[in-house]
Ligand binder design. Structure first.
Ligand code: SF4
Ligand code: SF4
Length: 471
């Protein structure tokens, strides 16, 4: 195909869609040697990535009132967010939060395409701003890296490769320990490190496994995660429409592309076919072929092309964030029905999430009559039922409690009355009799209410069924 024939995605052959950009025609891996981008957007991403690294490595170290700021202890089903403990029975808040997050990402994708992948996703942030810069620093530019990889195993190559992979392994080791701090808390991780290895062998092998996994991902798998493994990436085709903003090449302005020649009148578009946009691409695609699944929206090609446009004194934005309709029909972005529907659902979920979090109780109580037990005759004029209550004290304090029968005559007789304390961050239970005068019992089953108090303050009212004789 001649240069003049390659004009716009509609006229370019679709053969590039037959396989991923990182796979050769023979099915082998095409290693992506990405050029270091330069420009405004790359700088913004760099500063953002520093902020993410700070957040990721510092969060497990932060404590408020001697409690971690965040902790996700899956093994114990205990989660701490902003130093507030969430228990398994708070899971509906997490479930609503997860659904809201998924819808938010879907909505964001419908409007802004895969910008999340390029600007926020930890895979991209770690690879592009930690692991790849180390590679550039040790092995040099993409051309030097290629030469080194294809060359014989000289002392220089052995030294460079060993140093790079050693640093990669250490960083992966740090990342896996940081992840463990999010699960067990930093104190527990420090304790594990200090204690003899033999006491924590399963943990040690687990850490080694995750260290190896991170190392493999960032040293070798790399862009395959984004183009083949990540399920979010695979969803793009369903979520995108012609109004989705994406990193796009303005083919109406750029084509026909052609090399600039000095002192020669040329009838070309703005693209001078320098291929810098391809060289900086971390997934190795040519965005001029049109929107592609492999594009992670990192915007590196926008920076590269803007730099070229500046040099050849043409308007910036030959590659820019734009929708297909904006490029093809010159239509501005508009809120379509799908975006409005997603926004509506998102608002409802967010309000529900805030409501659930605000109204979340610090002590949860459930109460039920002990199964298999009938009523007991208490004296001549009352009946008794044996009840059990379960308490979850989500606070960090041991709390005294008392139970009061409400709205009906009668009394509560505690079993183990000396143990009227709810231990901090624990599950407790209590057994007790509820005695009710016969005169109050009008049916086989009577609904009773019990008020739960702590330090004179009512925490909750719980209802239960009181069983009497057939009337
Ligand atoms: S095409 Fe551009 S935005 Fe997409 S991944 Fe490549 S460099 Fe990043
Ligand atoms: S960087 Fe711009 S000018 Fe150069 S090939 Fe890409 S689109 Fe064309």
């Amino acid at each position: 195909m001649s240069m003049k024939e390659t004009i716009g995605p509609d006229k370019v052959g679709d053969s590039f869609r037959d396989r991923h950009s990182n796979t050769s025609a023979k099915g082998k891996r095409n290693w992506v040697y990405a050029l270091k981008p330069n420009g405004k957007l790359y700088n913004y991403r760099k500063y953002l990535s520093w902020f993410y690294f700070l957040l990721f490595f510092a969060l497990p170290l932060i404590k408020v009132n001697n409690m971690p700021l965040v902790m996700f202890n899956f093994t114990e089903g205990k989660f701490i967010l902003f130093s507030k403990i969430f228990w398994p029975n708070d899971f509906f808040i997490f479930a609503v939060g997860m659904v809201a997050l998924i819808i938010f990402i879907a909505l964001f994708t419908v409007i802004y395409g895969r910008v999340f992948c390029g600007w926020v996703c930890p895979q991209t942030v770690f690879l592009e701003f930690l692991f790849r810069p180390i590679e550039w620093a040790i092995e040099g530019s993409p051309a030097k890296q290629k030469k080194l990889n294809n060359g014989p195993w000289t002392t220089d190559k052995i030294l460079k490769k060993s140093l790079k992979h050693f640093i990669y392994f250490i960083i992966s080791f740090l990342i896996s320990h940081t992840f463990l701090s999010y699960i067990l808390g930093i104190d527990e991780v420090i304790k594990i490190i200090r204690e003899p290895l033999a006491d924590h062998l399963p943990m040690f092998f687990g850490l080694l496994f995750f260290t190896g996994l991170f190392y493999l991902v960032f040293a070798f798998v790399r862009d395959i995660v984004c183009t083949t493994i990540c399920p979010y990436g695979r969803l793009q085709g369903v979520l995108f429409d012609k109004d989705t903003m994406q990193v796009s090449y303005d083919y109406s302005r750029g084509e026909p592309r052609g090399k600039m020649m000095k002192n020669k009148q040329q009838d070309f578009g703005d693209c001078i076919d320098c291929k810098l946009c391809v060289q900086v691409c971390p997934t190795g695609i040519d965005i001029r072929n049109g929107v592609q699944m492999e594009c992670v929206g990192c915007t590196a090609c926008i920076d590269a092309c803007n730099d070229v446009m500046e040099k050849i004194k043409r308007p910036l934005g030959l590659i820019r964030l734009a929708s297909e309709n904006e490029i093809a029909l010159k239509k501005k972005f508009r809120f379509n029905g799908k975006v409005k529907a997603y926004t509506g659902i998102l608002i409802v979920l967010t309000v529900l999430m805030i409501f659930l979090t605000i109204t979340r109780k610090s002590i949860d109580v459930s109460m039920y009559r002990v199964k298999g037990q009938l009523y007991q005759e208490i004296g001549t004029d009352s009946l008794g039922n044996l009840f059990e209550a379960k308490f979850i004290n989500k606070t960090r304090d041991n709390l005294p409690f008392e139970l009061k029968l409400e709205g009906i005559a009668g009394q509560i007789r505690m079993i183990n009355a000396h143990k009227m304390i709810l231990e901090a961050e624990s599950l407790s239970d209590a057994s007790f009799f509820v005695d009710i005068p016969r005169s109050e019992i009008k049916d086989r089953t009577t609904i009773i209410q019990v008020g739960v108090y702590s330090n004179g303050k009512k925490i909750q009212t719980v209802k239960a069924k009181f069983l009497g004789p057939f009337i």
